[in-house]
Design a protein around this ligand. Structure first.
Ligand code: M6R
Length: 642
């Protein structure tokens, strides 16, 4: 939530990379363009040039800020900060937009997170004569930072060295002192007119990475904030302050003690985060899915049925003693976990629970050293999941993170990580990450089965061989999606859609409903088809669209027959039935208004195919309604507050 970008480069006069001296502005705007998926309630920038701080901000999407910048340009500058907001404290207004400029116009601050003790801090500041222009907690932190900055001697006299140590000077020291006082989760970034060329940031439980350039350095909520300029990134730890100038990066803790960050090379480039000619990122990411699954499988088995999960740095002896698995995740990632439960229990015979991360630690869960926690998160920054993982570790559990974002917090705070290699997912609605997550959990399940001897090598080899065929089958589903697209477009007036599924089809049904809710703002519910007669069937009336995910007739035959009965039951009460079934399953035709076929596969792998038409259905229906499928209302890609 909220996208942050910071930049320190060369002084405009020597700025060879930009004829206009607007390099800082260019970098900030490009960074915000790429980070806009994190929030789009407002956008703003502040640059530090010869005229001191110049700030522009506007409520609404980035385009509003760009219009403002073209009618009211800023001067050439070498340093700056930028912010795209998902509103927490205070509505999405111009006044509440970031940056917040204080200290008589000399200090600009942006923030992601929630400062929990902002109220007493604000009361103290009001008592000492400060006034506030916004309803945000950020302005409180900014005002406090200004006050602490002004309270420090300009030359650092009185500090242990008699002058400010390091490159950050007074601003860095003030930031450390303020960070010590703040409670909650925050990334705060500041730049001050009296220290031009310097950007200082503090981070606790909120994302921030550093980008290393040549004669310029960057800050971003994630690497997409600077991926156009560099792939060299540095991870920061919790409770750290970082200062960047054009040619230096300095990291300390909140008490000024020097710290190190881990440098890494981002394994994708700017082109991977472009639309590639597709109308939306979501459409592109749906089309990326064959690759996302293939890349996630790549290099993780030796071809003979032996899994080689080298990144899984938990002692195999420990994994052999595990007697319970708890999957922790939110939203789409939690549905991937629900799919995984069926496979892991079937293959490994280890009891597996799936829990929404935000519910987990409040129910006094039974967790000990024999519990394996598997967290699933595309972003690796979801605060609910991070907190649940921390809690589980405190109880002695081993934690594995299934994550799509290198360098993010959850994998760093876990005992082991299994990366999904889906590439950057920009659309707020998750698609390719979901399929990659299912794939990764299956690899984990097979690895545990191999380690614990639950499956023979030949069985594992067969499953892996079938998984390897999945990317081509997903591509077939996408290529044959014309019919479901036409249907979706014809249903733009629909008010409510029900989804039914059984076994692994149940989480798929819930995922289909979630996609429709978040993209088309249509009421949609996913039910276990067996639950129908226990209540939900009362919702069925003439013309009610019901989408049913039908299991393979070749697999669990009894399930197939039961789902077909469920279709008949809703149809008898007037439902308009839309069925996702396996190629060749003619038995469903007579019970359905519309049938969409997916290629044959085993029961457990079917979610990798059956989800795709549901994604496309939601995308097309939302597009027909004229909605922005990449940036649905009220949402943000990365939920970094609890
Ligand atoms: O980054 P994460 O996977 O932890 O995110 C979890 C959910 O917030 C996310 O899946 C959300 O439900 C998506 N908008 C679904 O499309």
């Amino acid at each position: 939530m909220c996208g942050i970008v910071g930049y320190a480069g060369t002084a405009p006069a020597q700025d060879a990379s930009s004829s206009t001296g607007q390099r800082a502005l260019e970098v900030l705007v490009e960074g915000l363009r790429r980070l806009e998926y994190r929030g789009y309630d407002s956008a703003g920038i502040a640059v530090v040039g010869a005229n001191g701080i110049e700030m522009r901000k506007k409520s609404g999407k980035l385009v509003n800020l760009l219009e403002e910048l073209s009618s009211n340009p800023v001067s050439a500058a070498s340093t700056g900060i930028g912010h795209t907001r998902w509103a927490t404290h205070g509505g999405p207004t111009d006044a509440n937009a970031h940056p917040h400029v204080v200290d008589g116009g000399a200090l600009a601050v942006i923030h992601n997170g929630i400062i929990e003790n902002y109220s007493p801090l604000k009361a103290d500041l009001v008592a000492s004569g400060h006034t506030f222009l916004s309803a945000t907690d950020t302005e409180v932190a900014a005002t406090l930072l200004a006050e602490v900055f002004r309270g420090l001697p300009e030359d650092g006299a009185g500090s242990s060295e008699g002058a400010y140590a390091g490159i950050g000077g007074r601003l860095a020291q003030a930031m450390q002192l303020v960070a010590q006082q703040l409670e909650g989760a925050f990334t705060l970034v500041a730049t001050h007119a009296e220290e031009p060329g310097v950007v200082v940031a503090a981070r606790r439980n909120s994302p921030l990475v550093v980008g290393l350039g040549d004669g310029e350095n960057f800050l971003g909520s994630d690497v997409s904030g600077f991926i156009d300029y560099t792939r060299r990134a540095v991870e920061l730890g919790q409770n750290q302050v970082v200062t960047i100038t054009a040619d230096q990066v300095e990291i300390t803790d909140f008490f000024g003690v020097p710290a190190e960050g881990r440098e890494y090379l981002v394994d994708w480039d700017a082109a991977a985060a472009k639309k590639d000619g597709f109308a939306s990122f979501m459409e592109k990411e749906i089309n990326d899915q064959p690759d996302a699954v293939a890349q996630t499988l790549l290099g993780r088995n030796d071809g003979a049925g032996n899994l080689t999960l080298d990144e899984l740095r938990i002692d195999p002896a420990v994994l052999k003693t595990i007697n319970k698995i708890i999957v922790l995740a939110c939203g789409t990632s939690a549905y991937a976990g629900q799919v995984a439960k069926y496979a892991i229990e079937h293959w490994c015979r280890i009891p597996t629970e799936v829990e929404l991360s935000h519910e987990f630690r409040y129910r006094d869960p039974i967790v000990d050293e024999r519990t394996l926690i598997v967290s699933i998160s595309q972003s690796g920054e979801t605060m609910d999941t991070l907190m649940a993982v921390r809690y589980a570790r405190e109880q002695g559990a081993k934690t594995v993170s299934i994550c799509n974002t290198n360098g993010s917090t959850i994998p760093r705070e876990s005992d082991a990580v299994l990366y999904t290699h889906a590439g950057p997912e920009i659309a707020v609605a998750s698609t390719k990450a979901f399929l990659a997550q299912i794939t990764a959990t299956y690899l984990l399940g097979l690895y545990l089965a191999q380690l614990r001897g639950n499956l023979f090598q030949g069985q594992i080899k067969d499953i892996l061989a079938e998984l390897a065929k999945t990317p081509a089958k997903i591509a077939t589903v996408i290529a044959n999606s014309g019919q479901i697209r036409d249907l979706a477009r014809s249903m733009s007036e629909t008010r409510t859609v029900l989804f039914l599924g059984r076994h692994v089809g149940y989480p798929v049904a819930m995922e289909g409903a979630l996609k429709l809710k978040e993209l088309a703002y249509i009421h949609a519910e996913g039910f276990a088809a067996g639950e129908l007669k226990h209540g939900p069937i009362a919702l069925i009336e003439e013309g009610q669209p019901v989408i049913v995910v039908v299991p393979s007739p070749r697999g669990r035959d009894s399930l197939h027959a039961k789902v077909v009965s469920n279709i008949q039951e809703v149809r008898a009460r007037g439902a308009m039935t839309i069925v996702i079934a396996e190629e060749g399953d003619e038995s469903v035709r007579e019970h359905a208004e519309h049938v969409f076929y997916i290629p044959e596969t085993s029961t457990l792998l079917a979610p990798l195919l059956a989800t795709v038409p549901l994604q496309i259905f939601a995308l097309e229906l939302a597009t027909a309604k004229g909605y922005d499928v990449d940036q649905p209302r009220n949402l943000a890609k990365s939920v970094t507050v609890e």
